[in-house]
Design a protein around this ligand. Structure first.
Ligand code: NDP
Length: 500
């Protein structure tokens, strides 16, 4: 007799022998009726869900958002009222590397947050940078293709990256951050998070404000140089998981100060930049950050796959008092993230425990794979359509947000016209001290190593426009660096040249 639990099949039947297959004779063969063996092998075959196309490698933990400031005049969101405490989940990630990639690689970091509020899940799916490489979602798949493996060589291609960037000057702001010290944080705790997009707040009076979210690390910023990261990767590929999981395990709970920048609705018509352009920040001097609370991570997942790999964040998840904005990239992500999860995890991915809202969910969606929580969520089996006269769930008009003011005619506007891609990069460059500048130049020179000269020249011209010292610094760093052959050979022509 033993007090250990009985091993069972997935159907609950006791397993008599978990060491030996069921064979005809001692020497085999195995019988097809050995269902325990077949179940074990079949499950192993299905242990992976499709890897995320971007942000595949991630690290996460549970925590709490505590609101201490008062922004009740801007938003009716209950989770943002003074004193509110909301359980939450964070997942950090690199963008380009696959699920097995090393953690300490130079890359943008995802900073995805899910707040389990009383009014439904609110997800803020940001990065550790306030801006992004492209401003029009039409260019997103092209951009990501340049970060992923070349279809023929199956290797990363610096040539493709710089070809795309040099033809897309809107990327310059994010490229500069990526190649600066902040492009390679030592772990998730020592970096900021940014909602990046412009969202909106709205209050009970139906007034709308534009808002940007910031999460400022209380641990301080800490970064690796490329050389330090090479050393780390040589020792461990899991340095972020070790630091985040290990720290929380020891009771070291990382914290971030939560801030918002608020812009009155009509200011959006007056700013010199498009405040809905994801390649731009709102200067702090114009829209000062307001402290509103603290986010703390204090609990590790019990099961990485169930709680971090299965975590499905989507900017479509908002709650009353928070809204979207005209930001084109945000609009596309509102669609694309939920769509990716339906593909990756299944139609009912929001019923996976880590994704389930803490409040009651009532809807009329039906059936489909993994509809495991009782089908139609109306509380009444006869209420499977709407409108109905059997007391099924009905809409809540108070959750309706104010009208979104839209200007202009429908057209395919050239997003490269009328947007200054340099001024804010100059402001950033001017924040760097001499050491940061020289590391920026060296990082770029290393990343450009081996690319065709025409592409390098096209990119250097952008750096020159930011600041003469920027272009000159990168040129000098390139001269002192030994080159290597391009990973692939491409002809560096603009689309116009190629067409001639
Ligand atoms: P500020 O002087 O007020 O700087 C704003 C931000 O710059 C601060 O949040 C600070 O982050 C960040 N910053 C400071 N030093 C560095 C650095 N070495 N590398 C990266 N970021 C740094 O000026 P502006 O608001 O006018 O912004 C100037 C530039 O700063 C922008 O063009 C943008 O590139 C960058 N920036 C701006 C942000 C914004 O929301 N306005 C946010 C982040 C960066 P921290 O407090 O963590 O040190």
């Amino acid at each position: 007799m033993t007090d250990r639990p009985t091993l069972t099949t997935t159907a609950g039947s006791p397993v008599p022998d978990n060491q030996n297959s069921w064979t005809a004779g001692e020497r085999g063969p195995v019988l097809l009726q050995d269902y325990q063996l077949i179940e074990k092998l079949a499950h192993q075959n299905r242990e992976r869900v499709p890897e995320r196309v971007v942000h595949a490698k991630g690290w996460g933990a549970h925590g709490t958002l505590k609101i201490t400031g008062d922004i009740s005049k801007y938003t009716k969101a209950k989770c943002l009222q003074p004193g509110a405490e909301t359980p939450m989940l964070a997942r950090f990630s690199t963008v380009a590397g696959e699920a097995g990639a090393a953690d300490a690689e130079r890359d943008v970091r995802g900073f995805a947050l899910k707040f389990y509020t009383d009014e439904g899940n609110w997800d803020l799916v940001g990065n550790n940078t306030p801006v992004f490489f492209v401003r029009d979602p039409y260019k997103f798949p092209d951009f990501i293709h340049t970060q992923k493996r070349h279809p023929k060589t199956n290797m990363r291609s610096p040539t493709a990256m710089w070809d795309f960037w040099s033809l897309s000057p809107e990327s310059l702001h994010q490229v500069t951050i990526l190649m600066s010290d902040r492009g390679l944080p030592v772990d998730p705790m020592h970096m900021n998070g940014y909602g990046s997009h412009t969202f909106s707040f709205w209050n009970d009076a139906g007034e709308r404000y534009w808002v940007k979210f910031h999460f400022k690390t209380q641990q301080g910023h800490a970064h690796y140089t490329n050389e330090e990261a090479d050393q780390i990767i040589g020792k461990t590929r899991e340095s972020y998981q070790e630091a985040l999981f290990g720290g929380i395990d020891k009771g070291e709970f990382p914290r971030w100060t939560v801030q918002v920048q608020i812009m009155p609705e009509l200011d959006a018509e007056k700013t010199s930049y498009n405040p809905f352009d994801l390649t731009k920040v709102w200067p702090h001097s114009e829209y000062p950050p307001i402290d509103i609370g603290v986010m703390e991570l204090n609990r590790n997942a019990e099961n990485y796959f169930a709680e971090i790999e299965n975590a499905a964040f989507s900017p479509s998840n908002i709650v009353p008092g928070i809204g979207y904005s005209p930001d084109k990239m945000l609009q596309a992500r509102v669609f694309a993230y939920a769509d990716a999860h339906r593909h990756r995890l299944g139609t009912h991915y929001e019923t996976i425990p880590v994704n389930r809202p803490k409040n009651e969910v009532h809807h009329y969606h039906r059936d489909g794979q993994m509809n495991v929580y009782g089908g139609i969520k109306t509380g009444n089996p006869d209420a499977y359509y709407e409108p109905n006269s059997v007391n099924g769930p009905v809409e809540q008009p108070s959750a309706k947000e104010p009208p979104l003011r839209i200007h202009g005619d429908a057209d395919r506007y050239n997003h490269r016209i009328g947007n200054d891609d340099y001024v804010q990069v100059t402001a950033l460059f001017n924040l760097f001290d001499d050491g940061e500048k020289s590391r920026l130049f060296a990082n770029i020179a290393a990343a450009m190593s081996g690319i065709p000269q025409e592409i390098a020249d096209r990119q250097l011209a952008h750096f020159d426009r930011v600041h003469p010292d920027y272009g000159a610094g990168v040129r000098k760093a390139r001269e002192t660096m030994t080159g290597r052959e391009p990973a692939i050979s491409v002809t560096a022509k603009t689309p116009q040249q190629a067409a001639e």
